[in-house]
Unconditional design. Structure first.
Length: 120
């Protein structure tokens, strides 16, 4: 099988996994928009980290592992962002009704996806 055929086969395999990835992402984020953003970020991360994929490993396991790591990194950054924001506000400031940055809209998410902790 040629390299092009292998890539086409992997691409088709990933496309077939998208509904399951989205379902897992929505469960993780508890929000469909954030779940979609998590899937998109996971796929971008997978492309940038394709050299770490071991062909003998099932691709769905690899993608789910990446997704968990992207989500965990985002949650850590969001928690740190919330702490930083709360510490920097004056004691008598009005409480904010805004959510922490949405998954996919946070400039830090891109940074978190490019520096994921090594897999165990």
């Amino acid at each position: 099988m040629s390299n092009h055929d292998e890539k086409s086969t992997k691409a088709a395999e990933v496309i077939a996994l998208l509904p399951g990835l989205r379902e897992s992402a929505v469960k993780m984020t508890k929000d469909s928009e954030d779940g979609d953003a998590l899937v998109a970020t996971t796929l971008r991360t997978a492309i940038s980290k394709a050299d770490s994929y071991e062909p003998e490993q099932p691709i769905d396991d690899w993608l789910l592992d990446l997704m968990r790591r992207v989500h965990d990194a985002h949650e850590t950054l969001a928690k740190n962002y919330d702490l930083t924001q709360s510490r920097s506000k004056a004691a008598y400031a009005k409480p904010s009704t805004a959510r922490s940055p949405a998954l996919g809209h946070s400039p830090r998410l891109v940074a978190s996806a490019s520096y994921l902790p090594p897999s165990e």
